[in-house]
Design a binder for this molecule. Structure first.
Ligand code: SF4
Ligand code: SF4
Length: 232
């Protein structure tokens, strides 16, 4: 089994998805994200869920991916791996980094990253570089990212752009511009808007089956709303 196949399986078993891969002069790069029920089940069952209540998702992500890479090393398959987590203090802007590098990841007209399989219903978690790794296997979904292919760019040809007009308060009237204060104000009186996962995101035809589990949507909504006053 190739290093890429082994690592992809281990990451998936831990709850993550490999969104794309890219071979560069430095080695093999992996865009590691989260999507759907498996990630949420892994987070809420993890020790970090109770032990790190302020940042359980980040704490779980750091520990779980570190464990996967350590296990790969213990199995003798490790070419030195460097991981950058999206929440690291010195992390680059992942929207810029990934959409410029990985052909299967684009910036949507909502400003969020979009993927051909997961649509808008995925999140960046970590960027892994396997130094000097060259072996290519074609038998994984993620390995297809190694092949030359045109950059995914669904919004350029999307007729009607339903995502931009689905928000009841027009938080996305202009492409790649999110009026988050309008969204937050609406959620104070209509929390169900986000609890269902955001009408704007749900209007996009990509990744429909990967919409957030309801409890995960509610969790993110609560975190988002907690940053805004409940009265003026
Ligand atoms: S609905 Fe169309 S314009 Fe909006 S994010 Fe999806 S593909 Fe892009
Ligand atoms: S959660 Fe509702 S108010 Fe906020 S951006 Fe999405 S559709 Fe608009």
């Amino acid at each position: 089994m190739s290093r890429l196949v082994s690592l992809t399986r281990a990451l998936e078993q831990a709850g993550f998805v490999v969104l794309d891969t890219l071979e560069t002069d430095a080695g093999l790069e992996l865009a590691v994200g989260s999507a759907g029920q498996p990630f949420w089940d892994a987070v809420t069952a993890s020790p970090e869920w109770a032990a790190v209540p302020d940042h359980p998702v980040d704490a779980f992500t750091r520990r779980a991916i570190t464990d996967v890479l350590a296990a790969e090393g213990a199995a003798g398959t490790d070419a030195a791996a460097r991981v950058t987590f999206v929440f690291d203090a010195d992390a680059p802007n992942f929207v810029v980094l990934w959409t410029q590098r990985f052909p299967r990841i684009a910036q949507s007209d909502l400003g969020l990253m979009i993927h051909p399989k997961y649509g808008l219903w995925m999140a960046a978690r970590a960027h892994i570089l396997l130094h000097g790794y060259r072996e290519i296997s074609a038998d994984t979904d993620s390995a297809k990212g190694l092949k030359q292919q045109p950059h995914f760019d669904p919004c350029a040809s999307c007729s009607g752009k339903p995502c931009l007009c689905a928000c009841p308060v027009g938080a996305f009237l202009a492409p790649k511009t999110f009026e988050y204060q309008a969204c937050a104000a609406h959620l104070l009186s209509n929390p169900a808007c986000f609890s269902a996962g955001c009408d704007a995101r749900a209007a996009c035809p990509y990744g429909q089956s990967w919409q957030l589990p309801p409890d995960q949507a509610h969790y993110h909504q609560s975190r988002f709303r907690s940053g805004f006053p409940t009265h003026s």
